[in-house]
Design a binder for this molecule. Structure first.
Ligand code: ATP
Length: 280
């Protein structure tokens, strides 16, 4: 654990793959969500890895990461239990022979949750409830960890990271196809005053963040603040997304999709005033 709460994380720019300097400085504060966007191979994972290891000019990018405006002490970089950064990777496979309840209780004890006798059962219940809120398929404490679906595993790790991990910085490598409610996942993490960085191409996630770091050829080329027009678009995208989720749920439940939603009504488009006919 890191002790005092972390207030800010600063990325001091290094160089791109061609050795050119990138955007000089980006500071994120507790409760901030920043998205990392860029083409395949542009260096998104490199940036996450630089933050994860609290790079000090000793990685290919030459970036330096500051905690609360200062270079982190060496122990913070190399002692696993004191690391301020948690990373949720794209694939989540459990290979231990434990139930969900046993695993979360064990993690709670490792994380030093005080008085295991009374606190652990309630924190286990809170983590499982949080995970069930994110994934469409509920599971319980007696279910085997190894038998959880991809979406359930991912939801469990997000709830576990939000509620149990002491790490104030959370790095997420793409959660778009994980079958979980992405907005709730972010709310859960941000509600705990974490700094969240997500590598994503999902328009909803991208617009939910306050900023987007655009990566090109290995460097941060631009920092885009989410503007008011984009926030308005987010509401429409969220409606579309809910409608698509509904259709997915129907399919999951073995039902038919004979009728599609009334899209113009759903998106708040006034049919009377529409002048340009839409053609597929
Ligand atoms: N600034 C840099 N200087 C030197 N090498 C870099 C830099 N940034 C990234 N790289 C290297 O470029 C390669 C591709 O980067 P990375 O895997 O981070 O891309 P990505 O955007 O995450 O790709 P994908 O979307 O396919 O996962 C890696 O080998 C990485 O170490």
């Amino acid at each position: 654990m890191t002790g005092a709460p972390l207030r800010s994380l600063t990325i001091l720019g290094g160089r791109d793959k061609a050795g050119r300097p990138e955007v000089g400085e980006v500071t994120l504060r507790a409760g901030d969500v920043a998205c990392i966007v860029g083409p395949t191979g542009s260096g998104k994972s490199r940036l996450l890895a630089d933050i994860e290891c609290l790079a000090q000019g000793d990685t290919p990018s030459g970036r330096r990461i500051l905690i609360d405006g200062a270079e982190p002490e060496t122990a913070l970089r190399f002692a696993a239990h004191r690391k301020p950064v948690a990373q949720l990777s794209q694939t989540m496979t459990f290979v231990v022979d434990l139930t969900v309840g046993e695993f979360v209780a064990m993690h709670a004890r490792c994380r030093g949750v005080p008085d295991p006798g009374s606190r652990v059962p309630s924190i286990v219940a809170a983590v499982i409830a949080g995970a069930n809120d994110l994934s469409g398929e509920p599971f319980g404490p007696d279910d085997a960890l190894a038998e959880l679906s991809g979406g359930q595993s991912r939801a469990l790790m997000i709830a576990d990271t939000a509620l149990l991990s002491a790490s104030p910085v959370v790095l997420i490598d793409e959660i778009e196809n994980a079958g979980i409610d992405r907005r709730r996942a972010l709310d859960l993490l941000v509600g705990e005053e974490k700094i969240v960085l997500i590598s994503t191409h999902d328009p909803i996630l991208a617009l939910l963040g306050q900023r987007r770091l655009v990566i090109r050829n290995g460097g941060i080329a631009e920092v885009i603040a989410t503007g008011p027009d984009e926030r308005a678009s987010l509401e429409i995208l969220a409606r579309l997304d809910r409608a698509l989720l509904d259709l997915r749920e129907r399919l999951r439940a073995g039902r038919r999709i004979d009728h599609l939603p009334d899209w113009p009504a759903l998106l708040g488009i006034d049919k009377e005033r529409e002048t340009t006919p839409w053609t597929p």
